[in-house]
Ligand binder design. Structure first.
Ligand code: GCB
Length: 600
């Protein structure tokens, strides 16, 4: 799905800013409140999560529908054009009315959706957009969750949202809302794949159009020089001695598509940025541009004070600056697709991304989450359809990003339980069919061990999240190191696939210090990391390490979290803990390529 852009043929306006907002009282849809101006609203910014923006616990913990509204004009000059209203994301469900008429609904909280609103808008007066946002997670959604209902003393229904993942269920219109125009004949979609044949860069493109199929395709370099030209809806184009997209040294070409109408005039155009690079898993190596790459970085979250999960471009710039400062070259979009704006920034900045769908918490019997009645996850949940949709929409959105080198189609599912393989096989097949150019992974947790895991054969890279030294063998790092070492070897012996430690970390209270290893202290976090480093450095099949987490983040309330998860190397407001300086020493000495092959 193409990112909205303004260019010589397309116009774009932003509908970000202050909207009107109210919680639903359970009767909004039945009373068709979307037909009139909303009553009893409060101001609410877009994009942002609404949860932390008032001093009202009912807003923070609301379960169910909320309403957003604003007014806007469209230019008379847009008559006859397609007028596309586009939401970057609405978490987790959105339904949209323009001037009282329903135009679109969308399931899934982390991918964009859009509709042509031209038939519904007024050109001679104000328009009203109303959005119903629903944040309920159940067994049919990704992530999964369950809503528990009880009654208070007065007999009122109280709904509590429970879920099996470790980040707060922030909700709202999280990403930009925009309107853009196109002609009736237009570029619908572009797919770009790149390869290298010797010194020649091969750029395969496929264009989908509406109306005319007569297109002109041009590739421009960063200086806007034309380096290749073509016509037709698909072709292989060649660029001699291209500048490759490399980690830390991004280079982006532009594929410009022009749609030509029957009279020879250009009616639509779209400029898609792309990088030329290859990705391949071979033996024990993860190859980018044919060279063994070593991932150093973090599992992250889109999470901040006040904004919650709302897009914050200043925060993104700060995070990228911190990642560069510390020497990281990559991150994982744990545990859902991040904003399109972050992905574009990663392309531009040469940061490598493992791109994950929101299939998190698919384990009903894990430790703190397991209720007294243990259930088989795969017989209980019914989210395969949403999961499929999430994969399709992620790949449709992110397929052209040079920064994306691997798809993660779930985080920590119950891979050890009966039914896991049957659940995941079709999803893995689907992912490979949609994108044969990138490796895929299902991020593994401790319970799906080399002896119990039923789904490791579906991953190209074994991405492991491990917490020995924290949840097990806390304060026994010597033992933790041995257990980790044995397990990694067992994986290698079993699968002969590269291993990537996608999570390892220890909760750490900034300012809590100690001369002896003391869990929760800043020193323990460093010792914990060092234990893992020592093990990983001995094993040449380990291709990467992502510390959990880049920064402290909000979680649901409970007895294992004090004001959120504290495994950040940075605090939630992005101040370095001791571990940040410690990691910086290490990361700056690890090169992007050939780390393991040079005998470290
Ligand atoms: C995990 C999860 C992550 C949690 C983390 C933790 O395995 O993937 O979402 O936040 O552990 O800190 O417990």
């Amino acid at each position: 799905m193409l990112y909205p852009q303004s260019n010589t043929k397309r116009e774009l306006i932003e509908l970000n800013g202050i909207w009107s907002f109210k919680l639903d009282d359970g009767t909004g849809v039945a009373n068709r409140i979307y037909e009139q101006k909303l009553q009893g609203t409060i101001p609410m910014p877009v994009p942002a999560s609404y949860n932390d923006l008032t001093e009202d616990a009912r807003v923070r913990d609301h379960v169910g529908d909320v309403w957003y509204e604003r007014e806007f004009y469209v230019s008379e000059a847009w008559r006859g054009k397609r007028i596309i209203l586009r939401f970057g994301s609405v978490t987790h469900y959105g339904k949209v009315w323009i001037n009282g008429q329903e135009v679109i609904e969308h399931h899934g909280g982390y991918t964009p959706f859009e509709a042509d609103i031209a038939p519904f808008v007024f050109f001679d007066r104000k328009n009203r957009v109303i959005v119903l946002v629903n944040n309920v997670l159940d067994y049919t959604t990704v992530p999964i969750g369950e809503v528990n209902v009880r009654r208070d003393a007065a007999g009122n229904e109280i709904r509590k949202q429970d879920y099996f993942h470790d980040f707060f269920n922030y909700s709202g219109i999280h990403r930009p809302v925009r309107i853009y125009t196109t002609a009736q004949q237009y570029v619908k979609d572009i797919t770009i794949r790149t390869d290298l044949r010797g010194q020649t860069g091969v750029v395969y493109y496929k264009v989908e159009t509406e109306g005319s199929t007569n297109v002109k395709v041009t590739i421009l370099d960063e200086q806007e020089n034309v380096v290749a030209e073509s016509s037709g809806l698909h072709a292989d184009m060649e660029i001699e001695d291209p500048v490759l997209w490399e980690p830390g040294a991004a280079y982006l070409y532009t594929l410009k598509v022009e749609v030509i109408s029957i009279d020879g005039s250009v009616v639509d155009t779209y400029n898609e940025l792309f990088g030329i690079r290859t990705v391949k898993v071979e033996g024990k190596e993860f190859l980018i541009n044919g060279k063994p790459f070593y991932f150093k970085g973090f599992g992250k979250h889109e999470d901040a004070e006040i904004h919650g999960k709302g897009l914050d471009e200043a925060l993104n710039i700060k995070d990228f600056s911190l990642m560069k400062w510390i020497g990281a070259n990559s991150f994982r979009t744990s545990h859902y697709p991040y904003s399109e704006e972050i992905m574009r920034l990663a392309d531009r900045e040469g940061i490598v991304v493992v791109d994950e769908v929101a299939a998190v918490g698919l384990h009903l019997s894990l430790g703190a989450y397991a209720s007294s009645n243990k259930r088989n996850t795969w017989q209980t949940i019914q989210c395969q359809e949403s999961h499929q949709l999430a994969i399709k929409e992620l790949i449709k959105r992110d397929k052209n990003h040079a920064c994306v080198v691997m798809w993660a189609i779930a985080n920590e599912p119950a891979g050890e339980e009966e039914g896991a393989y049957e659940y995941f096989k079709p999803l893995a097949d689907l992912t490979r069919k949609l994108d044969p150019t990138r490796p895929i992974t299902i991020v593994n947790y401790f319970a799906a061990s080399p002896t119990t895991c039923k789904i490791h054969s579906l991953s190209d890279v074994l991405c492991l999240n491990r917490y020995v030294g924290w949840y097990a063998f806390g304060n026994d790092l010597e033992m933790a190191g041995r257990v980790l070492h044995q397990e990694l070897l067992a994986w290698w012996n079993l699968t002969a696939k590269p291993v990537f430690l996608t999570e390892f970390g220890a909760d750490t209270i900034q300012g809590l210090t100690s001369t002896v290893p003391l869990m929760w202290s800043e020193e323990y976090q460093c010792d914990f990391l060092q234990t893992y480093h020592q093990v990983m450095d001995k094993l040449d099949f380990v291709v990467g390490e992502h510390v959990w987490n880049f920064a402290d983040f909000a979680t649901k309330q409970g007895i294992v979290r004090v004001d959120g998860n504290k495994k950040g190397v940075f605090t939630r407001d992005r101040r370095p803990k001791k571990a940040a300086h410690f990691l910086r020493e290490r990361y700056r000495n690890i090169k992007d390529y050939y780390y393991k092959t040079e005998g470290n």
